[in-house]
Ligand binder design. Structure first.
Ligand SMILES: Cc1cc2nc3c(=O)[nH]c(=O)nc-3n(C[C@H](O)[C@H](O)[C@H](O)COP(=O)(O)OP(=O)(O)OC[C@H]3O[C@@H](n4cnc5c(N)ncnc54)[C@H](O)[C@@H]3O)c2cc1C
Length: 358
């Protein structure tokens, strides 16, 4: 153990831990399951002390940022830590590059807004994605042809067993479409405490994806792209503060070229994009064409402006949503032979439940 925390500080942190706290306001689906133990980490030192405490009692740890990519389906055993590590620091590297080091609890959109106002290129297409900076690499957030991996230099992590803090090069994080090692071999063992973004003072804009160039005037500015992304997202996606949701509920499925040819013959208007030698299908189109858009089911439903988003009108538990998910997956599979994979992370994770059962 290398936590190195003074007894008085550890005691103060321990006193801040609460029991049996509802997580309704800590997940954007607003499901009202409880955390067995609950604490907020405002500093790296308090995060270390919380991990040390959980290790001492052999409790599993779950970190939550903004709760905008979660599907909580039961009470969470062990310690739930809400990440509120704050701070941001920019360094001009000379030439065209600025590095922006940001603590993991900062709001992602505020960072995008800050960078755009400074005139720094690289993350403008990722505007208005809810949640924290620390969760952004977990699923390698992406929108309008840009992913965080495109601008990420390094990720700072804390080892949950030892308390060691170190930097990992972005190339070693296993980034892929909505995926990284943080969802697999590093899940619950390495928590992200900061990220280092590499931005450009003079850069090119990515306008090819999602029809941005069709709406923009020729040669748009950085600020115009940012504002358009915000406007399009505002029109298309429900604001979780007004209507509970976790954004896209399913990933866009990836199919082989042969399967794509076959599907295109049967469904000529199907929306798809070439993707790393295969094809990515627009899951929203598949669900929409299967007749689900706007459908409601026992307190939950499919958003009427974007079929990829499932919404919670009134439920405290996730049962109806899980049933709706199964029905949508079955109907899309029957129609197209394609299995839709869920995007939000289900909590408690199986590992945490198994830990407690042993
Ligand atoms: C309206 C809406 C629109 C969205 N649009 C997009 C989009 O365009 N593109 C996109 O990619 N996503 C989108 N999302 C999903 C979501 O905003 C992102 O995945 C975001 O990065 C989640 O951040 P969060 O802080 O809310 O994470 P949380 O939901 O709190 O956590 C998500 C996962 O990351 C883990 N985690 C959280 N913080 C850390 C940390 N510091 N270290 C290690 N693990 C951690 C959690 O344990 C959990 O497994 C959208 C969501 C909503 C509600």
């Amino acid at each position: 153990m290398r936590f190195n925390i003074s007894d008085s500080f550890a005691q103060a942190v321990e006193e801040s831990i609460q029991t049996n706290i509802s997580l309704a306001s800590y997940n954007t689906f607003r499901f009202a399951y409880c955390a067995e133990y609950f604490a907020i980490a405002n500093t790296l030192e308090s995060l270390k002390a919380l991990l040390q405490w959980a290790n001492h009692f052999d409790l599993p740890v779950t970190m939550i940022g903004g709760g905008s990519n979660l599907l909580i389906t039961a009470d969470i055993p062990g310690l739930v830590i809400i990440n509120r590590l704050l701070g941001m620091h920019a360094k001009d590297r000379g030439g065209n590059v600025v590095t922006l080091t940001v603590a993991a609890g900062e709001n992602w959109h505020h960072v995008v807004d800050y960078a755009v106002n400074k005139g720094w290129f690289g993350i403008e297409n990722l505007a208005l994605i809810p949640g924290t900076v620390g969760a952004a690499p977990v699923q390698n957030i992406g929108a309008y042809g840009v992913e965080i991996k495109d601008v990420l230099a390094r990720v700072q992590v804390i080892n949950t067993a030892s308390g060691d803090v170190h930097w990992i090069n972005a190339l070693d994080c296993g980034f892929a479409y909505r995926d990284s090692h943080f969802k697999h071999q590093w899940k619950d063992t390495r928590l992200i405490t900061a990220v280092e973004l590499s931005l450009k003072k003079k850069g090119s804009l990515t306008l090819s994806y999602g029809g941005l160039s069709n709406i923009l005037k020729p040669e748009p500015t950085l600020k115009e792209v940012f504002e358009l992304v915000c406007r399009v997202r505002d029109e298309k996606l429900p604001d979780p503060k007004k209507l509970a949701n976790a954004g896209s509920f399913f990933k866009n499925p990836i199919v082989s070229e042969a399967q794509h040819v076959d599907l295109k013959k049967r469904f000529p208007t199907m929306v798809s994009f070439p993707f790393e030698g295969n094809f990515k299908l627009a899951a929203g189109w598949l669900i929409d064409q299967a007749g689900w858009k706007g459908k409601q089911y026992q307190g939950v439903g499919v958003y009427d402006k974007q079929a990829l988003v499932l919404v919670n009108y009134s439920d405290d538990t996730a049962q109806s949503l899980l049933a709706l998910e199964t029905q949508i997956q079955a109907s899309v599979f029957d129609l197209y032979g394609v299995l839709l994979e869920r995007e939000p992370v289900r909590l408690p994770s199986e590992a945490v439940v198994e830990d407690v059962l042993i």
